[in-house]
Design a binder for this molecule. Structure first.
Ligand SMILES: *Cc1c(COP(=O)(O)O)cnc(C)c1O
Length: 423
């Protein structure tokens, strides 16, 4: 059975339209010295090989040109963020003026909350999920306190139903409807980080818009993973980091979307900095802040170009592959992994991630034999060169990613997991 499965995987690899893309990445090494089966793109994507030259060029320009590098050289630093807009817009389904590469995710979230969380005594609640990524919850709670309200009553947390692992869209919509008079914001993840569930961004955004509640999305696990159409879906804002599936490197410069509806809305409050100032007059150094239209108007500082360079290399790879092909292979890899898990492990592993279109590249696994058994299996898996990660209390996350993983790796990883559980 194993050999037939591996033969099938090899055939799928041979027919894979994205098979050339693996060679564009440095595949991390395992403890045994060889290439790891790297299933950790949901945490830190591997390095695009073209990143080094991008960084090198900047260092060379800095060495040779000094301050002139702002306006001269391979890629002048002053407008360095500008070429990011088009490929980022393609990734999230936006107009180029609606997106900007800047800061880190949590910083961008705070900047967006300053503009879009406008609480009043009657209406200051935020709809989020019970298992929100901690940083999001910290940001939201601190903003609530900043405005003088109490997070205990202001944060309205949605949880999956008893015995279920995913949120139901109908439950989100029912809560939105019930709380519409008290809600000042909806902030949810495009893909839930622990379970890998894809939320119905379109339906939830439409319902929030109908209810007159501003709606923002944390796309940390969605960008580069699932197709998005933020402009058409009509979200107010979105934020994401670039170091997960996007492969922008550790601490890479993050992204931010502000819908074109707000492009000229200069009455939105915002925390301003000189890089958000109208470009034509920025260097007059005047005392009054005049925001540049679009998402660029939320920039604070001149860009950390060394941290942006690897992202430029990564976006070229994503552009060449295209989200449609990426998603198609992601679904096929996921289905392949699930079939093999069922064949090899049956009921000895539980997949928390919903199947098919309701999931991204990630598979979150729990062992019915309990936390300690799962933790031991996870450590054996890592030692054998299958790199996923562990999330407390008892979840193994593995993300077979379409650009650098193969069907053969998926089959091998399942076999390794089966061995790890039997030991
Ligand atoms: C990874 C992740 C973050 C990380 O934010 P940074 O500020 O860029 O470190 C935030 N939110 C979610 C949902 C994440 O998955």
């Amino acid at each position: 059975m194993t050999d037939a499965g591996l033969r099938e995987a090899a055939a799928l690899d041979a027919a894979d339209p994205l098979r050339e893309f693996r060679a564009r990445f440095a595949i991390p090494r395992a403890a045994h010295g060889g290439e790891a089966i790297y299933f950790c793109g949901h945490s830190l994507g591997p390095q695009p090989l073209a990143a080094a030259a991008r960084v090198r060029d900047l260092l060379d320009d800095w060495a040779m040109l000094g301050v002139r590098g702002h306006v001269e050289g391979t890629r002048p630093w002053l407008p360095y963020h500008e070429p990011f807009a088009a490929p980022l817009a393609r990734l999230v389904g936006a107009e180029p003026a609606e997106v900007v590469a800047m800061n880190s995710l949590t910083v961008n979230l705070h900047l967006m909350l300053v503009s879009f969380y406008r609480p009043t005594a009657a209406r200051h609640r935020i709809l989020l999920e019970r298992h929100a990524f901690p940083s999001d919850r910290y940001a939201l709670a601190s903003q609530v306190r900043f405005h003088g309200y109490d997070p205990a009553s202001a944060l309205l947390e949605l949880a999956p139903r008893e015995g279920e692992t995913g949120l139901r869209t109908e439950d989100v919509l029912a809560t939105l409807d019930r709380e519409r008079e008290r809600l000042a914001l909806v902030l949810l993840p495009g893909v839930q980080y622990l379970s890998g569930q894809v939320l119905d961004v379109a339906a939830i955004t439409a319902a929030a818009r109908r209810a007159g509640v501003p709606v923002g999305w944390d796309l940390a696990h969605a960008v580069g993973n699932v197709p998005l159409r933020l402009h058409d879906w009509d979200a107010d804002f979105a934020v994401w980091c670039s170091y997960k599936y996007l492969c922008g490197g550790p601490g890479a410069v993050a992204g931010c979307f502000v819908h074109a509806r707000h492009a000229q809305a200069t009455d939105l409050p915002r925390f301003a900095g000189w890089w958000g100032h109208e470009v034509a007059t920025r260097f007059r150094m005047g005392p009054e802040f005049v925001p540049t239209p679009g998402a660029d108007g939320w920039q604070l500082s001149n860009g950390p170009v060394l941290a942006m360079a690897p992202l430029a290399a990564a976006l070229e790879v994503y552009d060449a592959a295209g989200m449609a092909r990426i998603r198609a292979k992601s679904l096929a890899l996921g289905a392949h992994a699930r079939r093999r898990l069922t064949e090899r492990l049956g009921a000895r592993v539980a997949v928390l991630t919903p199947p098919g279109e309701a999931a991204g590249a990630q598979l979150s696994l729990r062992l019915p034999s309990g936390r300690d058994a799962a933790r031991a299996a996870f450590e054996r898996l890592t030692a054998a060169g299958v790199i996923g990660d562990w999330r407390e209390p008892d979840v193994i996350r593995l993300a077979p990613a379409p650009l650098w993983n193969t069907y053969t790796e998926v089959a091998r990883a399942v076999d390794t997991l089966a061995d790890a559980i039997h030991e």
